[in-house]
Design a protein around this ligand. Structure first.
Ligand SMILES: [Zn+2]
Length: 162
C-alpha cells in the first residue's frame, strides 16, 4: 500500500504536485523536488490522487499504474476467463492458478492502483491475456498500450529472475 509522505518542514501536510518534479506542502507550502526523498532499493515515489506517496516494491516485483478506470476490469476479465477455462482444459501449470485468483481479488479490491505485481502475478496475467485474446480477438484491441505496459513489466520481471 502506498504511504503519503509527510512534509519535512511542518510534519503535518502532504505534498501535492506543483510542477514537473516539484511538490509543495498543502499546509505550509514548503517546496521540494523528488531528490529530497531518499528511497531504498525497494521503494518508489508515486503520485496518487495528486498526493506524493512512497510505495514499497519488493525485489523482482513490478509496478503497474492504471490510468483509466476500465483498466482493472479489463485485466480482471482476462483473469476470470482464464480461470474458468482452466477448470476444463489447463491454462495454468499445476500450482500456479492461485496467483491468478489472488490477482483477480486484488484488482477487485483496488481498481485505482498502482499495483505491485510479483513475477508469479505477471506470469498469470500475461497467460490470461493470451487466452482471452485468442478467444476474443476484439478484446486485444481495447487497450493495446496498457497491455503493452503489462507485457513489458512481465519481460522485466523475467529478465530480473535470470
Ligand atoms: Zn508543510
Amino acid at each position: 500500500m502506498p504511504v503519503p509522505i509527510l512534509c519535512h518542514e511542518c510534519r503535518q501536510g502532504r505534498y501535492q504536485v506543483q510542477g514537473p518534479d516539484s511538490y509543495d506542502c498543502r499546509v505550509c507550502g514548503s517546496l521540494v523536488t523528488a531528490a529530497a526523498f531518499p528511497l531504498g532499493d525497494d521503494e518508489r515515489l508515486v503520485v496518487l490522487a495528486d498526493i506524493l506517496q512512497a510505495l514499497s516494491v519488493p525485489e523482482g516485483h513490478q509496478v503497474a499504474t492504471p490510468d483509466r478506470r476500465c483498466h482493472a476490469p479489463h485485466l480482471g476479465a482476462s483473469l476470470a476467463l482464464a480461470l474458468r477455462f482452466d477448470e476444463t482444459r489447463p491454462v495454468y501449470p499445476p500450482g500456479t492458478a492461485g496467483a491468478a485468483a489472488e490477482l483477480l481479488a486484488t484488482l477487485d479490491a483496488d481498481e485505482r492502483g498502482p499495483w505491485v505485481l510479483s513475477p508469479a502475478h505477471l506470469d498469470a496475467l500475461t497467460r490470461a491475456m493470451d487466452v482471452r485474446y485468442a478467444a476474443l480477438p476484439s478484446a486485444s484491441r481495447q487497450y493495446p498500450e496498457f497491455d503493452a505496459e503489462i507485457r513489458n513489466a512481465h519481460a522485466r520481471s523475467r529478465a530480473h529472475r535470470t
